[in-house]
Design a protein around this ligand. Structure first.
Ligand code: TMP
Length: 238
């Protein structure tokens, strides 16, 4: 298998395989926050996020959400379908937290009546600004029907995973998704689903079980990631 690297992000790498339509997605141990300003290494994070993402993608595929996931091939790698990635970060929110609390003045923990879907431009140099739909069209990122489909899928991800996390004793507060287009121009979920890219609170105590532990120095990040994996019944990683 070829393993030429074609992309390195803050938490993952993408490598070529012998099949031009298939990539290897490798989860790194690095964690960053505040657009890379804060950075640290956590031994085992890559393996844990690979396992949690695999679990989530399998649940989503079973629910009819098209994803790039093919299979988990080892501790830190999964095979994925190659997509033409859409330069948007799509955030779904069930509970007010993070930037939504800052932007609206609502208290963290306020329940959002209907889950909302937000669109941010994936541009580190601009600090990922929030976009209205008119800007998505103005920038020629997606057609209206594609944006509509993407939002529908984002809500379906929420409707699928929220009860699964709830049964595991966690509230899915919010999360970020990235989508791509396949060869037929169909919108497909890419990237990852992990505690790096979501907020998960203990249902009873509201203890944070996600990357906010790193962002705000609240404790041992790997301890909470292992707890998420254990609660989901994903094999504990060492
Ligand atoms: P926010 O409240 O900071 O806008 O974050 C909303 C959700 O998106 C939260 O679950 C964390 C996730 N997120 C990312 O995965 N990457 C990012 O760059 C940002 C800003 C947020």
């Amino acid at each position: 298998m070829r393993n030429e690297q074609i992309y390195e992000g803050k938490a993952k790498k993408l490598l070529l395989t012998d099949d031009k339509n298939v990539l290897l997605q490798r989860f790194k141990d690095s964690a960053t926050a505040f657009n890379g300003v804060k950075k640290a290494e956590f031994a085992g994070k890559g393996e844990t996020n690979n396992a949690i993402s695999t679990f989530c993608f399998q649940k989503l595929e079973a629910a009819g959400v098209p994803t790039h996931f093919i299979e988990r091939v080892n501790d830190r790698d999964m095979l994925i379908k190659r997509l033409d990635m859409i330069p948007l970060e799509i955030v779904v929110r069930n509970i007010v937290a993070g930037s939504l609390a800052k932007r609206t003045g609502l208290d963290e923990g306020t329940v959002v009546k209907e889950p909302i879907v937000e669109t941010y431009l994936k541009r580190d140099d601009l600090n990922d600004p929030h976009l209205a739909d008119v800007h998505v069209f103005m920038l020629d990122i997606l057609r209206p029907d594609q944006l509509e489909r993407l939002k529908q899928l984002a809500l379906k991800v929420n409707a699928t995973l929220d009860p699964i996390f709830e049964r595991a004793g966690m509230k899915l507060v919010d999360f970020k998704l990235e989508f791509g287009l396949d060869a037929d121009g169909q919108v497909v979920l890419g990237d990852e689903f992990s505690p790096d890219t979501s907020r998960l609170w203990d249902l009873e105590t509201r203890r944070k079980l996600d990357k906010d532990v790193f962002r705000a120095d609240l404790g041992d990040l790997m301890e909470v990631y292992h707890e998420v994996a254990a609660r989901l019944g994903v094999l504990p990683q060492t």
